[in-house]
Design a protein around this ligand. Structure first.
Ligand code: ARG
Length: 467
């Protein structure tokens, strides 16, 4: 595209020593990453400051040069942040854009910054710092989403709704319990995030091109200055590896899958047919032709973002799968995938947090639906086992006949008469009606992790202590 080809074709000022002429315009276009890796400017400058400070501390460059470099880098940071910095595609990437500007600002001292370093360890550092910060943001965002769910769960620990399997009414549960299922999922996502931060908490800088360096650098010093636990142990691995990015993308894909299932439920629940929830105006849209409509667009878009995020994971896995060690330029294709997935995930979590926090829960509709579809059939079967001593398989059969009769009468199980029930099995007494209501059904499910309101409140308390 234009900005590169309009410039004169001199060889690259950073690495052009052995080149007689500059690159073809197409070469420049396929090679340049500045359009997207400029996002790494803050990490790049931070890394260079730590590197220059270490070089001076080790007597590899003078304190005077270090001061010039650090000062120049500060100027560049404010130029970029105020929008006055001119990025050039001829300079390929963020690393060389910053370094060229540094040379213009501080003269020959700038040329000493790249001592004992390569763009290979530099990009590994910048990108790792960026992904680490993104993981920290994701951790916070998931915490907010979990908090929103905990509030809704507490509010609705007693609200009965139908629980589904195969999207067919199965057994009554509480809405609080259903919310807590998502708390578990997003809690696992968050612990995956925390583990990933731990895995990647090693500093790449100082691995140089791939083999390390003969200069007496101190990699522990730069690691510490940049907030890493320790330096990476193998210089070849350091410049070859992008599994920290793959780990981010896999975590993002799993979290997005959870978000997508929730989005799907929100879409279903907000239909007039279900009517379990009403989305707030803030998180829905209208139709330009059908005045009655309120559409769950945010939920639909969250569901769709999963496709992009999964795509990014597959794209980077595919980029990496055939690469020999160490660095290959293929790896430059890592960033856009991660940037796009990160943006999608951040938005999806934020939108979901808003929807969960703001939606109106229609407890009356949930309760009405919970009682239909013979949702307490298992309670009847369990009662027959417990109170009448039937083997479960026989109880299952008796209950099946009761359901068939209710279906024939067009009523619910609890609406069958005692005489009807006794005609099916004489051991049934009027005590059975105690378990046929949805409230009795959920209250009886007191097993650890079960749907009984008291149990759900325990789960909520456990999470409150950890969120
Ligand atoms: N822009 C490059 C990337 O993102 C930086 C590393 C370039 N290294 C090299 N040896 N050409 O991967």
């Amino acid at each position: 595209m234009a900005d590169g080809s309009s410039e004169t074709k001199s060889s690259n000022q950073m690495w052009g020593g052995r080149f007689a002429s500059g690159p073809d315009a197409i070469m420049e276009e396929i090679n340049a990453s500045i359009d997207f890796d400029k996002k790494l400017y803050a990490q790049d400058i931070r890394g260079s400051i730590a590197h220059a400070t270490m070089l001076a501390h080790q007597g590899i460059i003078s304190a005077e040069d270090k001061d010039k470099i650090v000062h120049g880098l500060g100027t560049i940071l404010s130029e970029i942040e105020s929008g006055t910095f001119e990025f050039s595609r001829r300079l390929e990437d963020i690393h060389m854009n910053v370094e060229a500007r540094l040379a213009a600002l501080v003269g020959p001292a700038a040329g000493r910054l790249h001592t004992a370093r390569s763009r290979n360890d530099q990009v590994a550092l910048d990108f790792r710092l960026w992904v680490k910060e993104e993981l920290q943001k994701t951790e916070k965002a998931l915490t907010a989403l979990i908090a929103a769910f905990l509030d809704r769960a507490e509010e609705h620990a007693d609200t009965v709704m139908p629980g589904f399997t195969h999207l067919q009414t199965a057994q009554p549960v509480t809405f609080g319990h259903h919310c807590m299922a998502y708390v578990e999922m997003f809690g696992r996502d968050r612990s995956r995030v925390r583990h990933a931060i731990e895995h990647m908490d090693e500093s790449p800088i100082g691995a140089a091109a791939l083999a390390g360096t003969g200069f007496p650098i101190d990699r522990h010093m730069t690691a510490k200055a940049l907030g890493f636990r320790e330096p990476t142990r193998n210089s070849i691995d350091t410049v070859s590896d992008r599994d920290f990015a793959l780990e981010f993308l896999s975590i993002a894909a799993i979290a997005a899958t959870h978000l997508s299932r929730l989005a799907e439920e929100i879409v279903i629940w907000s239909t007039p047919q279900f009517g379990f929830i009403r989305l707030s105006d803030a998180f829905s849209t209208g139709s330009s032709i059908m005045p009655q409509k309120k559409n769950p667009d945010a939920a639909e878009l969250v569901r769709a973002k999963t496709g992009r995020i999964n795509g990014s994971l597959i794209a980077l896995l595919t980029v990496m799968k055939g690469l020999p060690l160490a660095y290959s330029k293929d790896m430059q294709e890592d960033k856009e995938q991660v940037f796009d997935a990160a943006e999608s995930l951040e938005l999806a979590i934020a939108a979901m947090t808003g929807m969960v926090r703001d939606m109106t829960v229609r407890a009356d509709r949930m309760k009405a639906a919970a009682g239909s579809g013979y949702s307490t059939a298992t309670d009847l079967a369990d009662w027959l086992v417990r109170e009448a001593g039937l083997p479960f398989r026989d109880a299952h059969h008796v209950t099946g006949r009761a359901v068939a009769l209710a279906e024939q009468r067009g009523c619910d199980l609890s609406e069958l008469s005692l005489a009807d029930l006794q005609a099916i099995n004489p051991a049934i007494t009027d005590k059975v009606f105690d378990v046929l209501t949805v409230e009795a059904s959920v209250a009886s499910r007191t097993s650890f992790g079960g749907t009984a309101p008291a149990e759900v409140r325990k789960q909520i308390a456990w999470w409150r202590a950890r969120n």
